[in-house]
Write a protein of this length. Structure first.
Length: 521
């Protein structure tokens, strides 16, 4: 077994005296924190070969753990957590691995950001402690949590967080849209998710910025103050992760809007980091907006350059949220992908589902089914060396609830061979083999993948629209479902009660579902 460790990092500013404002060089030491107090003392040894970045360039610590890099007017200096070491976390389990330097501070007029951090300190040191890490581990993945209010924060708490307290996972991540424009909810949400009890790494989304600010740096003020850098990298076991910030804020006269994009510094950082990663090792990109089929890019040439970078490594995968649908997308030649094999991107289903819409249950929590028929939930990314898969988990449902099957509860005898059966298999890969049979002695018949709206969702919405003056937010119109299969009942059914069995098998999993129907004379 490969020896690995858990790495915790704390940024310490060791400043007997401050350097003059405008200082362009910063240095420090990455050290083994023997007494785990986060401070460089006891003549603690440096750690060689560790990556440190100024959010663009990457330098490597020397044999004594010393690094030196440049730092501009607005620069975040951070250590790239190496495999086998861990960073310290704050009391809400947010990793502390960075120092944000900003001579003017950052923020808009609506939400507090942070004030000027003053001159660069004389030294920025990073404390690491060893931790056991296996090459086989799992990551808890949240799509948009996105509460508008404290009431919706309570939905997250009771629908999802409570069942995950003490979960066995290396760390967790929220793939952006942590909140829904009200950045005051950052702090209470951070406190709630921190109850899960594992390190938590957030990604910035388009609803996590301060729309009152004019510059990309300033719109992130509240985010930086609460969660730290909006992009960085770290390693765990034999895998490498890049947290991506792909929100570009644009102010054009009276128009204010966002587009997808990374910016020059982040592109250079990604390129520099990948130079330090062996080409055959797994690299996982965590971002908010999908690379394709979503928000327009600010600069299409930048996406082409990004795809070239991703394709330079044979084992890259990407996780996004934003769409409030769950599906697998294989990015290929028609998308401008230059690699020999398509790039696997997962659009994660969301914790908030369809923005906490829909009729509430007996606990007051909206069902919030996503518009492709996927229930609210989250996923586990399971990694074993370069092999990986994800398992979707519907909130407050058994782990084996992986599909819903739709067919009429009752049909007439003559309607058998014209009655459709639908299976929405939430996490099925596009090439999954999905079959159905009627009764235990029936023969298995193939079902065909069908890109259409989910009939379970359509029936639910029809019931909601029939309610006069609902006190809750009615579910919106349906979206096309990427994981729906269709079959037809056999023509020779006699009257009686039958169970329709469905099974789905792909390279990852076998899922099962069923539906009871009655055939009437």
């Amino acid at each position: 077994m490969k020896p690995t460790f858990y790495a915790s990092l704390l940024i310490i500013t060791m400043a007997a005296s401050s350097l003059a404002q405008g200082q362009e060089t910063v240095s420090g030491k990455v050290f083994h924190d023997l007494n785990e107090n986060g401070q460089f003392d006891l003549d603690e040894p440096g750690i060689s070969g560790v990556l440190v970045s100024n959010s663009k360039d990457i330098v490597v610590t020397d044999e004594d753990g010393i690094y030196e890099t440049s730092a501009g007017e607005n620069a975040t200096v951070f250590v790239v957590k190496p495999s086998g070491w861990t960073t310290q976390v704050d009391k809400f389990n947010i990793p502390q691995f960075y120092y944000i330097h900003s001579e003017e501070g950052a923020g808009g007029s609506k939400y507090p950001g942070f004030q000027s951090t003053g001159p660069l300190p004389e030294s920025i040191n990073f404390a690491l402690t060893p931790q056991q890490e296996e090459d086989s581990f799992r990551v808890l993945v949240y799509g948009d949590t996105q509460p508008r209010t404290i009431g919706e924060l309570n939905h997250i708490t009771h629908d999802t967080v409570e069942e995950l307290i003490g979960v066995d996972a290396a760390f967790g991540t929220t793939l952006g849209d942590i909140v829904f424009d009200d950045l005051n909810i950052f702090q209470p949400l951070k406190e709630v998710v921190g109850q899960i009890g594992i390190p938590w790494r957030n990604v910035i989304g388009n609803h996590d910025i301060d729309f009152s600010a004019d510059q990309n740096h300033d719109v992130r003020g509240a985010y930086h103050r609460t969660f730290g850098p909006s992009y960085y990298a770290f390693s765990w076991g034999g895998a490498h992760f890049i947290n991506v910030d792909n929100i570009r804020w644009i102010v054009d006269g009276e128009d204010r809007y966002y587009r997808t994009g990374l910016g020059e510094n982040q592109m250079k950082f990604i390129a520099n980091f990948l130079e330090h990663v062996p080409e055959d090792e797994l690299v996982v990109f965590l971002m908010h907006i999908p690379w394709v089929d979503s928000t327009e890019w600010e600069n299409e040439a930048e996406r082409e350059e990004l795809f070239e970078l991703l394709a330079s490594h044979s084992n890259t995968i990407s996780f996004a949220a934003h769409t409030h649908r769950h599906y697998h997308r294989f990015i290929g030649e028609k998308d401008g992908w230059p690699g020999a094999d398509p790039h696997h991107m997962v659009s994660m289903g969301t914790v908030c589902g369809a923005w906490w819409s829909g009729a509430p249950d007996e606990y007051g929590i909206p069902h919030s089914m996503m518009r492709d028929g996927t229930p609210t939930g989250y996923a586990f990314l399971e990694i074993d060396g370069n092999d990986w898969k994800i398992k979707y988990k519907a909130s407050r449902r058994p782990a084996n609830f992986q599909m819903h099957v739709f067919a009429p509860s009752e049909i007439k005898l003559a309607e058998g061979d014209t009655t459709k059966v639908y299976a929405n298999v939430f996490n099925a890969l596009p090439d999954a083999d999905v079959e159905m049979r009627v009764g235990k002695s029936g023969s298995w018949q193939p079902m065909n993948r069908s890109s259409q709206e989910d009939p379970v969702y359509l029936a639910m919405r029809e019931r909601e629209l029939a309610v006069e003056n609902p006190t809750w937010r009615v579910s919106g119109g349906a979206n096309e479902t990427h994981h729906l299969w269709q079959g037809t009942l056999p023509a020779n059914l006699d009257s009686g009660t039958y169970t329709v069995y469905v099974r789905s098998k792909d390279d990852w999993e076998t899922y099962e579902g069923r539906r009871i129907i009655r055939v009437l004379k």
